[in-house]
Design a binder for this molecule. Structure first.
Ligand SMILES: [Zn+2]
Length: 207
């Protein structure tokens, strides 16, 4: 896992938002390869092995298995607005098949949620465990691509982890969660932009 992403790990349990404390055992360049992450509030622990993050008490089996053909790489990069290099991107399901080429082409750090343990490669890390929240702090990702089969709780929570103006690309089988503005839709997918985090303040005269 890219070091700057590891610093944005957040406890997925339902208590006040709390960053995980990360202890590094082995690094290579910008990648954290081996280590631990722990929550100071609820004591949840995660093990970092070969760059992947495995939360405790969760089976290593994927929460869902991708179905269907891999999406087209250039199209996904365009729809997610990743023409500028860098940043971080989250993928689920069959979009995860694009993790390595997407990381190479866009220089983005790619997080695959609910993955099977894939081959470790620089810029790609899997988050393993049947989590009900995305274990990253708000506005971590430039974009997210969410496949059919992504748990509803993850779809809804993913929105806050995408930066304002960042894109969410998803299967039409997934109802668009709050906090997004639809940009386009076809028979298979919709793409939306994260609306600004600041709520619109309505000025009212006091009585
Ligand atoms: Zn916790």
């Amino acid at each position: 896992m890219r070091l700057e992403l590891a610093e944005r790990l957040r406890c997925p349990n339902p208590h006040a938002p709390t960053p995980l404390v990360v202890v590094s055992r082995r690094k290579r360049d910008r990648e954290l390869l081996e280590g631990f992450a722990g929550c100071p509030v609820c004591r949840l622990e995660a093990r970092i092995t070969a760059g992947h993050v495995q939360f405790e008490g969760t089976a290593s089996a994927p929460a869902f298995a991708p179905t269907g053909a891999a999406p087209e790489l250039e199209r996904v990069i365009a729809l997610l607005g990743l023409s500028e290099p860098g940043g971080a991107v989250m993928l689920t399901g069959r979009y995860a098949a694009l993790a390595e080429p997407l990381a190479m082409l866009t220089e983005a750090a790619v997080v695959v949620m609910h993955a099977e343990t894939g081959s470790a490669s620089d810029g790609v890390s899997a988050v393993l465990g049947a989590l009900s929240r995305v274990p990253f702090t708000d506005a971590t990702f430039r974009g997210a691509a969410l496949d059919d089969g992504t748990p509803r709780a993850i779809v809804e929570d993913a929105v806050r982890t995408v930066a304002p103006e960042g894109r969410v690309l998803a299967s039409v089988a997934l109802t668009m969660p709050a906090g997004l503005k639809e940009l386009a839709r076809d028979d298979h997918e919709w793409v939306a932009a994260r609306v600004s985090v600041d709520p619109v303040v309505e000025l009212r005269r006091r009585q």
